[in-house]
Design a protein around this ligand. Sequence first.
Ligand code: HEM
Length: 264
Amino acid sequence: MNKLRTDQENVLIPLIRSRRQEEEKMKKKTSENHEEKSLGLCYVDSLLNLDLPDEEDEGGRRRKLSENEIVSLCSEFLNAGTDTTSTALQWVMANLVKYHDIQSKLYDEIRKVSHDNKIEEEDSRKMPYLKAVILEGLRRHPPAHFVLPHGVIQDVELDGYLIPREATVNVMVAEIGWDSNIWGEDSMEFKPERFLNEDDGSLNEEMSDVTGNKEIKMIPFGAGRRMCPAFGLGLLILELKNSSGLLMLEMMWICLKNRSLLLS
Ligand code: HEM
């Protein structure tokens, strides 16, 4: 753990310091030339600018985040965005390898929409089956199996159970998405069709809600005020990576086929 932490510091501290220096240089230039210049705002800037509301230093000023705290927040952010997305993608790909019928149906949809072997952000709206495959991946194999540990700030009674103040609460996210009362007897099967309307194959809006705002059916991104702030981005990344991944596999397949033709 110490080694991991040291690695995090070695990677992130130089980046944080260089950002701070760049920002200071820019401010200096701006005041010398009297013209507004900015590097744009990034996550590290918002952490560097933060004044903690409840904590004051010896001079009575609001405390700033320490460099170590910024390292923790940056690595949490990077981890929250990368580990989840790559795990989800691997599960979807594994199921596409296992179920060839789903793979070819998805492939046909992607081929119809793609142009010059490319998929753009707006194309994802024209691919309900792709969305259904991603949602089924997240339902069947949510990367954050228990979301993050939560807690209550005072003793709470919920449905006859006492949740004590100091307790750690883990939400059974995966089990919620496997509930046969909601998803049917085949809830453990990988069936993207469950998210589509039977008549025209369009996306069933009610079934595909992942926010839990109206009813909790599956919550791979959590729910409520600490829900994943990047759930829209996460879904989009998965859609784009999956479709471009399949197109890339096809190119590799064509290259391999041509190569073996050349060799034979
Ligand atoms: C498939 C992709 C993703 C999944 C399944 C996912 C899932 C989650 C879950 C379950 C939580 C905890 C919610 C809770 O405690 O109730 C969470 C929190 C968080 N996620 Fe994601 N996430 C994904 C992608 C991303 C991406 C791409 C980013 C950033 C670019 C991100 C940033 C965060 C952050 C910063 C938090 C902490 C929020 C807080 O504590 O208030 N996530 N995510």
